[in-house]
Ligand binder design. Sequence first.
Ligand code: PLP
Length: 466
Amino acid sequence: MSPEEFRRHGHAVVDWVAGYMERVRALPVGPQVAPGEVRARLPAHPPEYGEPFEAVLADPDALVVPGLTNWQHPGFLAYFPASVSGPSILAELVSAGLGEQGMLWSTSPACTELETHVLDWLVELLALPDRFRSGGAGGGVIQDSASSSTLVALLAARERASGFRAAAEGADPRLVVYASDQAHSAAEKAARIAGLGTDRLRTVGVDDAFAMRPGHLAELLAADRAAGRVPCMVVATTGTTSSLAMDPLRPVGELCREHGAWLHVDAAMAGTAALCPEHRWIHDGLELADSYCFNPHKWMLVNFDCSAFWVADRSSLLRALSVLPEFLRNRASESGEVVDYRDWQVPLGRRFRALKLWATLRHYGAEGLRRHVRASVRLAAELAARLRSDPRFELAAPARLSLVCFRHRDGEDATRRLLERVNAGGRFLLTHTRLRDRFVVRVAIGNAATGAEDLERLWKLLDRLA
Ligand code: PLP
């Protein structure tokens, strides 16, 4: 495809995406296909001969859109949002067009330096502790996901807790990891991948608001120490997946210091709220953390994938992950003056993700993004107030930020039936969780397209179906 042909087809593709944005509201939000149905429509064999791009561009409408769960639909209130925005999508296109590999500073100085810079911007915008900034011992990097952030945090923690011998000798069998029973399953996955195994992941109990109980953590840490085990890392969650519960970072961080454990803070969804000064309480005690992550790809209008991850001291991370084959040796790396992000992540290759963060921040500014956060929080608060004041419903957790968890007072069957009937209508997609072993409906707000009129419609639907 020549540049001139690319220009012509590119315009058509942008038109197609804009058209999808315009019509997504009219599509059913949830999937409308049975397992295997999408695949059954696809040609059995790969094409031997190419076709004009016009024919290829017909595929999304014919084959893809009918098989979508429409995550950008205004009625998508399931899981957590994977919000996108025009500037972010366009910057992704630029990144793809440049086709850079930013594994070393020397393989793409702009990719590396823009990333370092924009992560320092985020430290400022979210008022994160200064120790996460570049320039000193700490620094930030973009990972693909919060799961990868938890994993690399654990690899760094494992290195430090094993006296910097884990990279050479493997996991010390005495190491133990701690997370609350509300922590994301990524903590367990990381423990498995890092060679600790699920048996060495301790589950810390939570209080009435689903936040980690530091008293229980203290007991577990003391028992492990007494048994000759080594506390390696505590995963604290700022905004749990089920209910956006906030683990108390200060007492948890103090216990980590006392026992020499690494504190990783997972704020995948909730971290974006700290753009707004009134929500910064969620990070109280964060200066005690060794690492922190939040996902701009959830609530900050940056396309998946973009998980912002920081360490207070990068040395453990680099000792855990640096492997230097001859073919990557270069003068800039040897000078010690540059960052080589390949040493901060599992894969070697890395794409230019910083561009979409840059473009989103440049286009909306902090003020525009704060407006988006505040709008989501306001919509959630209004829905929570309605549910609270209606005798048919009860809130299943304190309504926090942009998430509302509720159930029908008639019990699990009624709650489940309500959820199924709402989703069957095709205008909203909600998901569930279990809190204290009770079935709970979650309403997770955060897509840019979701407005007050959508929540009004959702309320009317709940009112009619309850
Ligand atoms: N941590 C928390 C608190 C989450 O809510 C999620 C996803 O919802 C994750 C981690 C996993 O995110 P990712 O898909 O970026 O790995």
